[in-house]
Design a binder for this molecule. Structure first.
Ligand code: C5P
Length: 208
């Protein structure tokens, strides 16, 4: 199979030197890319800024903003069999990006934020024969939120995990299939979870 994987955080700039982002390390997405390459799959890794080396053998696209990640995914998706959305994409961006560096005024600064494009949902609604696996990082109403995202993004499965996953070497996840059933639960290192998820994807969506 040829698998598109998104990884890491995105950045949304307020001006030319300041941005909104999050603490995603990219470890889960890179572990998935590594596991998919090791299993003999073609991999396109689209990643926000992280301190990790992309695995040898993967086609690598380095991006910063959600818009850039979206464009890179739209270009690669038609040539892939499916996508795993492991990126921690910013949900909001400042409405305006100011040129240069905003100066202090002595008063409060009010910034208007607008929603970013939902990359996975966009791919999900144009997937045709391709499969979509999302991640959902949830702190409350976790399973219900994951089920809502599974439907809203037209995913074939969603991996529910929790804020403790951020920056950690390990993870505790529930894999939920498109019917809402628990397909697996894994509590292990991210490399092991990545191998298990790739094996599950092969059995569900691979050539028979
Ligand atoms: O941020 P959210 O909880 O909605 O993320 C769920 C899934 O959707 C993840 O797989 C994430 O990579 C993806 N996503 C995306 N574009 C966004 C927001 C989330 O691809 N703007």
């Amino acid at each position: 199979m040829k698998i598109l994987i998104t990884a890491g955080p995105t950045r949304e700039y307020l001006d030319d030197v300041r941005f909104l982002s999050n603490a995603s390390s990219g470890k889960m997405g890179y572990a998935l890319a590594e596991a998919a390459v090791a299993a003999g799959h073609g991999v396109v890794l689209v990643s926000g800024p992280v301190a990790l080396e992309p695995p040898a053998g993967a086609e690598f696209h380095s991006v910063e903003t959600t818009g850039q990640m979206h464009e890179a995914c739209l270009r690669s998706f038609p040539g892939c069999d499916g996508v795993i959305g492991a990126a921690a994409v910013c949900d909001y961006r400042p409405r305006e990006r100011f040129a240069g560096k905003l100066a202090k005024t002595g008063g409060p600064l009010v910034v208007d934020f607008v929603e970013t494009v939902d990359i996975l949902a966009d791919l999900g609604w144009q997937k045709e024969h391709r499969w979509i696996v999302g991640f959902a990082l949830e702190s409350q109403n976790a399973r219900n939120n994951a089920l809502r995202k599974l439907g809203a993004k037209n995913c074939n499965a969603i991996v529910l995990n929790h804020p403790q996953a951020i920056g950690s070497e390990s993870n505790r996840v529930e894999l939920i299939d498109r019917t809402g059933k628990t397909a697996a639960t894994w509590n292990a290192g991210k490399a092991e979870i990545a191998r298990s998820l790739i094996t599950w994807i092969e059995s569900e969506f691979g050539p028979r």
